[in-house]
Write a protein that binds this ligand. Structure first.
Ligand code: DGL
Length: 276
């Protein structure tokens, strides 16, 4: 039987209770934005675990520990659902989290399925963290499409760090993107999957480096739709005409994080220290 977490059973979930969304840092804002657009009435809590970014090269045990700390916080906030807005954390920890907590937990994985359907060359390139690419979850996903398309993967060390630093060093970003993308295009890939939520924040630059003829796919809309489906099935979708609140927390320095999150969110934000 699925273990039940006592804390989750101690509060009543209603449509008005918030949804928790988290990532190792700012990357999950791309997912948060998709959710806010599709479900504007929902109250959202975003945790950027910036003090521990990047998750990519860290082991599963460390990532699971971080996810559990964030889950405990979300339960204190009495959330009705959680979105793991990080491919690396989804691969490392989502199965364990679902065993431990009985509320809906939506993860994100590289959008290989739509990419395979879109590719004309039948070669798909996947950009992701080393953790995601090496994970059993990704290998299983890849094996489902191996007979339809050739899937070429590329880990992108250093990219998350540049994005977390504010993404101002465009020359450095372009140099890294060329290094990561060129070999994929050389194998005939005509479709690129952004398998890390941070990369969606620099989608324009990735398109520029890859060229206009290359299709770029991420999982933003799919995650928002899956969340909507799960909430609707439980009768927990917020139907109000009033736009919901979006609150931000970070394990990094709140003052520095205020500027960083505002930059990628596109408007001023207040950031509260994440109570680790
Ligand atoms: N944004 C994350 C992902 O989707 C993790 C990036 C990182 O912290 O390495 O994989």
């Amino acid at each position: 039987m699925r273990p039940r977490n006592a804390a989750i059973m101690s509060y009543a979930m209603t449509a008005a209770t918030p949804i928790g969304v988290f990532d190792s840092g700012v990357g999950g804002l791309s997912i948060l934005s998709g959710i806010h657009q599709l479900l504007p009435a929902e109250n959202l809590l975003y945790v950027a675990d910036s003090a521990h970014a990047p998750y990519g090269p860290k082991g599963d045990a460390f990532i699971l520990e971080r996810c559990e700390s964030i889950m405990r916080f979300f339960l204190q906030q009495q959330v009705k659902a959680v979105v793991v807005a990080c491919n690396t954390a989804t691969a490392a920890a989502v199965a364990r989290l679902r065993e431990q907590y009985s509320l809906p937990i939506i993860g994100v994985e590289p959008a290989v399925k739509p990419a395979a359907a879109l590719s004309r060359s039948a070669v798909v390139g996947v950009l992701a963290t080393s953790g995601t690419i090496a994970s059993d979850k990704f290998l299983t996903l890849q094996s489902r499409f191996n007979d339809k398309v050739e899937i070429r993967t590329r880990a992108c060390p250093g990219l998350v760090e540049l994005i977390e630093a504010g993404g101002n060093d465009e020359a450095a970003l372009v140099a890294l993107l060329q290094e990561f993308i060129r070999p994929l295009l050389d194998t005939g890939a005509d479709t690129l999957v952004l398998g890390c939520t941070h990369y969606s924040l620099i989608r324009g630059l990735i398109q520029q480096v890859a060229g206009e003829t290359i299709s770029i796919v991420d999982a933003e809309i799919a995650v928002a739709r899956e969340l909507q489906r799960r909430l609707a099935a439980l009768g927990l979708q917020q139907q109000s005409a009033i736009v919901g609140q979006v609150r931000f927390y970070s394990s990094g320095d709140p003052a520095a994080q205020r500027n960083l999150l505002a930059r990628y969110w596109g408007r001023a934000v207040e950031v509260t220290a994440f109570p680790d």
